[in-house]
Design a protein around this ligand. Sequence first.
Ligand code: GTP
Ligand code: MG
Length: 636
Amino acid sequence: MPDQLKSVIVGTAGHIDHGKSSLVEALTGTHPDRLEEEKRRGITIDLGFAFLEEAGIRFGFVDVPGHERFVTNMLAGAAGIDLVLLVIAADESIKPQTREHFDICRLLGVKRGIVVLTKSDLVDTDTTGLVRLEVEDYLRGSFLEGAPIVPVSTRTRAGLLELKDALLAATQQISGKNASSYFRLPIDRAFAIKGFGAVVTGTLISGSVAPGDEVQLFPGGEFLRVRGVQSGGKTVDRAHAGQRTAVNLAGIEHTALRRGMTLATPGKFRVTRRIDALLELLPSAPKVKQRARVHFHSGTSETVAEAFLHSGKELAPGQSALVQLRFQDAVLLLPGDRFIVRQFSPVTTIGGGVVLDPLARRPTVRDTGRVTFLETIERGDKSEILAAMTERAILGLTLEEIVARTGWTAEEISATAKNLLDSGRVIAISAEPLVLLGKKSLDEVQQKINSRVEKFHKENPLLPGISREDLRSSLGKRVRPEAFRAALDALIAQKKFDAQGEIVKRAGATISLDPEEARAKEQIEKAFASAGLAVPSVKEVLSKLPVEPKRAEKILQILLRDKVLVRVTPDLIFHRDALAQLRDRLSVFKKNKGERISVPIFKELTGITRKYAIPLLEYLDRERVTRRAGDERVIL
Ligand SMILES: Nc1nc2c(ncn2[C@@H]2O[C@H](COP(=O)(O)OP(=O)(O)OP(=O)(O)O)[C@@H](O)[C@H]2O)c(=O)[nH]1
Ligand SMILES: [Mg+2]
C-alpha cells in the first residue's frame, strides 16, 4: 500500500540562481518550474513541486524562489516542510536570501536540514573547503549545526548519491505530523481540471482527508464536499498529515479558491483577527515599537498586523516578547502555529514566532493575568493550560470553545479535564455537553447567591424565600444558567440553603414578624377561629388590622401557607379547626343517620346559609370527605 510509505516534505531554500530548481530536477527527474514566465526568465517565481520515492520513503519536494521579491511565495512553501535543503552555490557562498531563507526556516521551527553546496563543478576543492568553513561558522548554534554539508554538481551529477544517502539518513530522525488530529490543509494552489472542477493543493499539516468528507473552507466558512484526493501525484483513498495533497472539491468554482485559504474539519474552528503570541525579533532587525504595523505570514496566508506589546514599550533586536497581533483580515490559526513577520516597509523579514492564544481578548489594563496565562500556554502542560483557560473564562468554558481555542481532540480534552476535575480545581457544571467552570468562579457565584438571598430575606421578612428564577435573573447575564444551578445545588447539598420546590431560602431562615405584625396575625386567626363556619369576608378582616394592606395580605399568606387557614374559594377562608369540627360532625352524622346527606340537611347540620354551604360541599368533594351523588352527597 503506497499510503503506508513514510512521507517527508523537503523544501529548498537559498539565494537566487544558486541551483535549487536544478537540484530538485536532478533528484526527482521533474523540473519544478512550471510557469511560462519562469522558463523565459530562467528564475523561479512561484512554488514548484516534485516527488520521489526512494527506499520506502515518499519525498514531496517544495521548490521555492530565491528572488527577494518573491519571499512571500517562499513563505507559503516553507510552512509545513519537515526538512530543508539549504542550497548554497559553491562559487558564491552565503548571500542575502541564504540568510533570510535560513532565518525563516529557523523561525518556522524547521528541525532538520542538509546544506547542499551546488555548482561544485565551477570551483576547485580549496574553494569548496573554504565555503564549507564559512557555512559551518554561520550555522553554529542553530538547528543546522552539525548538519551534513554535501557538495553537488547537477551538471556532472557529482555528489548526488551522497545527497540521497544524507536525505534518507535525515529522514530517520523526522517525527511525522499528527494524522489523528483535526484535518487542516493550508491551500497553496487552486486551479480547475477539465471534467473534475476545482482542485486545491497544499502540504497536509494535520489529520487526514478522504473522498466523501465534508470540509470547511476558511476564512469564509463555506462547507464543501471532497470529491477526490491525490497525494504525491497519485489518486488515493485517503491522504494523511505530512503528505503533499491535492483535493478535488465539489460545490465551488476554482476562482473562489485562493492561496492563503485553509480547508479544515467542519464545525470546529473559528477564524480570528486577534491573537496573543510569542514574537522573536531577529538580531539584524530594527526594534519594533508599540503598535507597529507588520506583514504577517502563517501557513500559506498573509495579512497585515498591528503589534501590541503586552509589557514594555518596544522590542529590541534579538529579543522575544509576548505580543498581541491584530489582523486586517480574518485568519484560521491554532496554538503552536508558527508565523513570520516582515517589516511593513521596506519589506524584509524581521522575526517570527508562535501562536499562543488564537482567540485573544482585547488588551485591557484590568486584565492583569494575561502574561501569566500566556506563559502557561508556552510551557505546554495540557492540564495547566486547560485549568488556566477555564479560570479565565468566568462564564465557564464549553467543549466547543476548548476545541476552537486549542485544536485538541475531544479525547484529549476529556482526558485532560478528568485530571482537573479529580483535583477539584475545575468543576463540570454540565457533563453533556461538557461545560467547565473554575472553582474560584463557582465560589464567586455562590457568594453572589448568598448575598442575594440574604438581601431578599432582609427585605422580605414575611416571605419564606426567593424563587429560583428570580434569584437567577438577579445575578444577571454574567452567570451561565448551568453555573447558577451547579452553585445552588452545591449550597443545598452543603445544607447552607433549603429549597422547597421553586422557593430557595437560607437554611433555618424563618419568617420574622415585628410586634405589630404578630398582633395582626393573631387578630386574623382569631377572627376566623371565632366565626366557625360563618366566616367573615377576607377584606373585612384585613381592613381592621393595625398594619397596611400589603403587609396584611402577606401575613394572611403566612397563615394560609402554614395551613392555619384554608382557602376554599378565592374569597372564602376558614380556620382549620372549624373544618376539622365539620368533618367530625359529618362522621357522627354518618354513624347515626346513614351515609347520604342532602344540601338542606347539610345546611341544618352546620347552621350556615346556601352561600357558604355549596362552596364548602364542593371543597369536601375535592378533599374526598364527600362524593356528589345526584342532589345528595355520600359521606365517605
Ligand atoms: N555549472 C553549474 N551550473 C548549475 C548547477 N546547478 C544549476 N546551475 C545553473 O544555475 C542557474 C540557476 O539554476 P536554478 O536551478 O534555476 O537556480 P534556482 O536556485 O532555482 O534559482 P531561483 O529559483 O530563481 O532562485 C541555471 O542556469 C542552472 O543551469 C551546477 O551544479 N553546475
Ligand atoms: Mg528555482
